[in-house]
Design a protein around this ligand. Structure first.
Ligand code: ATP
Length: 301
């Protein structure tokens, strides 16, 4: 379990990135930190492996204050998957994956053998082992990044917008793989994204953040969708989902046109009656969630 207790971070230039953040991240589950650019997600993530130290407050892992653990030791025991993969361009795939084990003194042959196993784990063809990162697609590079994050066999895996730079189809593929890995590997995953759909897909727990890493809402995807805690949350999950998920279509009826909301799967999610603009309950497919609150009206399909 990772616990943040009243954590603050003010950078030397005076930027207050994190204000009084407290949260529990349970073991062997995935917690997603989601929020707009600059709200403090990456700063929170980097505090877990001491790439950033809090100005005050404490972070504990399984009851131990990480301020008491040497930063390098901590960092080498926690997997970290960066934005844009963060691979070393002049090292072959196999050596990129084995970087930290080699630094820790694992014999090269063992580190390489384990790296090849990890390539299989993340769905990479072994023939790619001798290539350099520039000779891989974006999606393959991200998989190498995940394999590298897993190379120290960590209990905790930190993932910072790992799929931000790939196209939507590859992204969906990588998300699916992440779900599979979660089931197989049973790690504590802390995942950062600004994409609420990704957060709801991957998170057992989702923490929606406002500026200064203030918690707007924390809960399961179902809890948040059913009961957005504030206008901010309703807007955040509604606006984002509405933009991408719902389209509006008109159908001619004897008593006047009906306006139908169509979800991403092409199913009717609800009907806005022509005379008063009222939203009827969505019900047309197993894919559509019931339309029960303002957020859903704004866009949940
Ligand atoms: N080293 C630094 N020095 C000064 N300010 C910083 C530093 N790192 C981050 N910040 C600021 O702290 C705030 C939070 O940044 P952070 O990178 O944690 O946000 P984020 O939510 O991860 O953003 P993004 O989604 O754009 O990566 C921002 O205002 C950012 O400009």
């Amino acid at each position: 379990m990772i616990e943040f207790r009243a954590v603050n971070k003010t950078f030397p230039d005076g930027t207050r990135a994190v204000e009084n953040f407290s949260a529990v991240i349970p073991s062997r589950t995935t917690t997603v930190l989601v929020g707009s650019s600059g709200c403090g997600k990456t700063t929170l993530l980097r505090m877990i492996n001491r790439m950033v130290d809090p100005t005050d407050g404490a972070i504990e892992i399984d009851g131990e204050n990480i301020a008491d653990v040497a930063a390098v030791k901590l960092r080498r025991s926690i997997g970290y998957v960066m934005q844009n993969s963060g691979l070393l361009p002049h090292r072959k795939v196999i050596d990129n994956i084995a970087t930290v084990p080699l630094l820790k003194g694992v014999p090269k042959a063992d580190a390489h053998r384990h790296a090849l196993e990890l390539m299989e784990t993340v769905g990479l063809d072994l023939s790619l082992a001798q290539r350099y990162p520039a000779q891989l697609s974006g999606g393959q590079q991200q998989r190498v990044g995940v394999a590298r994050g897993l190379a120290v066999n960590p209990n905790i895996l930190l993932m910072d917008e790992p799929f931000g730079a790939v196209d939507p189809i590859v992204r969906a593929d990588l998300q699916k793989e992440t779900l599979r890995l979660q089931r197989e590997l049973d790690k504590t995953v802390v995942f950062v994204t600004h994409d609420i759909d990704e957060a709801f897909l991957l998170g057992d727990q989702v923490i929606i953040l406002e500026k200064g890493a203030r918690i707007a809402q924390q809960g399961t995807p179902e809890e948040i969708l059913a009961n957005p805690a504030s206008e901010f949350v309703a807007d955040f999950i509604g606006a984002d989902r509405g933009k991408r998920r719902l389209t509006v279509s008109s159908t001619a009826q004897p008593q006047g046109d009906d306006v139908v909301l169509i979800d991403a799967g092409g199913y009717a999610a609800g009907v806005i009656s022509a005379p008063d603009g009222k939203l009827a309950t969505g019900h047309s497919s197993p894919k559509s969630r019931s339309i029960s609150n303002k957020t859903d009206q704004a866009g949940d399909a």
